[in-house]
Design a protein. Structure first.
Length: 365
């Protein structure tokens, strides 16, 4: 057995020896899944119908560049189709970035507590990672990211709102960061959760005309409820995207997924109601946390990060007993929980479990 393990290790690149596989598994078949920041509202009928129609052509390869979807996105966000690239979720896009732009000896900058795939993208390519500490209120400070750029820096990831803290950096500070970063550094602005902020969804795209090293990432996995279909997309300078296309997997977004994404973009009223509902339910969850004296980070996304402290184990057991799956994480060596904002009844059960453990009388949420 040991000889076999050593054989496989010798076959693998040394750069990946220390990388842990990404595993978002939850408790088995939870009744309430609040661990992956999904949209528990589900898909509107029009999106399901569009995907069913697309299945009839499942014997054919999809359009390799998803032209129809790129044209739709361009119309929605005042972009040009050649500024847009689709991917197999944002994970697929980050893989392309590593393939195209990173090599051993390069440096990648990201936050100390952010989406873990950024660091993995660097390590898989043999690059090093420099992590920037969170600032006051657990926010990411754009100026600190810019100040950390050095001669070896090749790529910088900034998640906004940040996952898992939910904090949002303002547009002015992001612009200043971009001005202070040399154009040789690829800046990836991950806006996977931006739809939940209530801010203008097209404002950041205006920066693309000024900063050709900027890549803005969005996804259909969160608000649009297509997490299982894996549709991500990026907006960037066409010349930069050309190099990503050279390493992009062929047909990485299926025709069914593309049809669903196009239909989802037309559901503006449904999307608006969903955003409003998430904001309202997030507010109720935070109110319950305050009643119980549980510290949390004010969030602009569809999740809240909480600090159960000495009652972590008890709360984890209560959630498991009720079939509630949340995401356990670590922040500066402290165990924390990220709770996705679910449907009203799901959130009431979460609040009930918290109140039980923190010995607060049941209060309607």
């Amino acid at each position: 057995m040991q000889e076999t393990e050593e054989l496989f290790r010798s076959m693998a690149r040394p750069a990946i020896w220390g990388i842990e596989p990404y595993d978002a598994s939850t408790i088995e078949e939870p009744k309430i899944r609040l661990s992956a920041n999904e949209n528990n509202e589900g898909l509107p009928p029009s999106v399901l119908a569009a995907m069913r129609r697309a299945l009839a052509g499942g014997n054919r390869y999809p359009d390799s560049r998803n032209t129809a979807l790129r044209e739709k996105l361009a119309a929605c966000f005042s972009l040009r189709p050649e500024q847009i690239m689709t991917s197999n979720g944002l994970d697929g896009l980050f893989t392309m970035l590593g393939r195209a732009f990173l090599a051993p000896g390069d440096e990648v900058i990201c936050g100390e507590c952010t989406f873990g795939v950024y660091a993995d993208t660097a390590l898989i390519a043999g690059a090093s990672v420099k992590k920037i500490p969170l600032g006051e209120g657990y926010g990411q400070i754009p100026a600190d990211f810019a100040a950390a750029v050095g001669p070896a820096t090749k790529m910088l990831f900034f998640c906004n709102p940040n996952n898992p803290t939910g904090t949002l950096a303002d547009a002015a500070s992001l612009r200043k960061m971009l001005e202070d970063i040399p154009p040789r550094v690829a800046v990836i602005l991950d806006e996977a959760y931006f739809d939940f902020t209530g801010e203008d969804g097209s404002e950041s795209f205006k920066l693309l005309e000024e900063f050709p090293n900027l890549i803005i990432c969005r996804t259909f996995s969160k608000l649009f409820a297509l997490a299982g279909l894996r549709v991500g997309w990026a907006a960037a300078h066409p010349g930069l995207l050309d190099y990503l296309y050279r390493v992009r997997e062929p047909y990485c977004v299926t025709s069914v997924a593309e049809a669903g994404a196009i239909a989802a973009l037309d559901e503006k009223e449904h999307l608006g109601k969903t955003c409003a509902a998430v904001a309202a339910e997030r507010g109720k969850l935070c109110a319950a946390l305050r009643r119980c004296g549980v510290e949390y980070i004010p969030s602009r996304a569809n999740f809240v990060l909480i600090f159960p402290r000495e009652r972590y184990d008890g709360l984890a057991a209560a959630f498991a007993q009720k079939g509630i799956a949340v995401r356990g994480l670590s922040l500066r060596k402290e165990r924390v929980m990220r709770i996705s904002v679910g449907l009203p009844e799901e959130n009431r059960q979460v609040a009930g479990a918290i109140e039980e453990i923190f010995e607060i009388s049941q209060t309607k949420v």
